[in-house]
Design a protein around this ligand. Structure first.
Ligand code: G3H
Ligand code: 13P
Ligand code: ZN
Length: 330
């Protein structure tokens, strides 16, 4: 069942974070739904209540353009039928104003992100406010962004020198004037596989300072992949050439959640798993050329990753509570 991010955040706030996973294709979609219901190898397995979690399926502008946005919609609608137990939000990731309106008008998305963080403070508020008005008319939640993360997202690249942490006082003014439902904050993370070169990590003091001024307001952490060493090593052992790198420490998710980080965005880790499994498969079976030969193990590995990630986020085992709170019957 598709719900809004606001619905999910009301249940999660201060207790756990909801995983927001980017998808581009069918295998990622199926792996995500299976993993979120604690299934391992097949759709038919019963859901495991102990690991079942609410989640957010994220669609970037790049994902919409990859094939055709209508394929994604049809795929997710079908997943909703195949996995009737699932409770999730469908969210536009890093939208422009134009794309946000397209998603709002589609009747499919339950949540959109308007990312005008590269604009001036006042312009960011003005754009976000316009999107909020259009979205709220239709009961759709809006995420906005204040501050500047490093790394590459969509067509925008921000060097570490230009990244800047979110200012807590500005965050209060931004939320009040824009009317957004959640706020992506810059707290030390960056997009992509190359986040930290040394001992850097999340700026917990900054998250705490924002929460102090915005108690109860859901914060969003972009760039949250942990870039697990095992996946980087597997890619390199199968012919890849990724430099040594590190991401967000998974042990930091729950402490951040207690400070109001209610949505944790993960894309890069899913790409690493995809790359490792496809490389290994065709390395080990050089005579094979069937898309299903790599697709099957990928779905199983990705489902396992989602299950494990949701445990670290604290959302595993929370599906029943969300269902009860929202009065959903399957
Ligand atoms: O923040 C960006 C996301 O990782 C989406 O990446 O635009 O390449 O799909 P993408
Ligand atoms: P990662 O690159 O760390 O996976 O972050 C993804 C993201 O923030 C999508 O909006
Ligand atoms: Zn992002």
């Amino acid at each position: 069942m598709i719900v809004t991010t606001k619905d999910l955040f009301e249940q999660a706030y201060g207790k756990y974070a909801v995983g927001a996973y980017n998808i581009n294709n069918l295998e990622q979609t199926v792996g995500l739904f299976r993993g979120a219901l604690g299934k391992k190898g097949s759709n038919e397995e019963p859901a495991d209540p102990a690991t079942s979690a609410p989640f957010i399926i994220q669609i970037s502008r790049g994902a919409r353009a990859f094939t055709d946005k209508r394929f994604l919609e049809a795929m997710i609608r079908t997943a909703e039928d195949v996995f009737p137990e699932a409770i999730f939000a469908v969210h536009l990731d890093h939208g422009t104003e134009e794309v946000a309106y397209d998603c709002i008008d589609s009747g499919f998305y339950s949540s959109v992100m308007i990312d005008a963080s590269h604009e001036t403070f006042d312009e960011n508020i003005a754009i976000t406010r316009r999107v909020v008005e259009r979205a709220h008319e239709k009961g759709i939640s809006v995420e906005a962004e204040l501050g500047m993360l490093g790394g590459v997202e969509e067509d925008i690249s921000v060097s570490a020198d230009h990244a800047c942490l979110t200012d807590p006082d500005q965050a209060v003014e931004f939320v009040t004037r824009s009317g957004c439902d959640s706020l992506a904050v810059a707290i030390g993370t960056s997009h992509g596989a190359y986040k930290f070169s040394g001992k850097q990590g999340l700026h917990f003091d900054r998250i705490a300072a924002i929460q102090k001024l915005l108690p109860g307001f859901p914060l969003v952490m972009h760039g949250s992949s942990s870039v697990p060493k095992q996946w980087v090593d597997r890619i390199n052992a199968a012919g890849g050439k990724l430099p040594a790198t590190s991401g967000v420490n998974e042990q930091d998710y729950l402490p951040a959640a207690k400070l109001g980080v209610t949505k944790v965005n993960i894309d890069t880790d899913g790409r690493l798993i995809w790359c490792a499994v496809y490389r290994e498969t065709f390395r080990d079976k050089p005579g094979d050329f069937d898309p299903r030969t790599a697709g099957k193990p990928f779905m199983a590995e990705y489902a396992g990753f989602i299950r494990d990630k949701n445990k670290m986020l604290g959302s595993a085992g929370e599906l029943e509570n969300v269902r009860a709170a929202l009065g959903v019957r399957v």
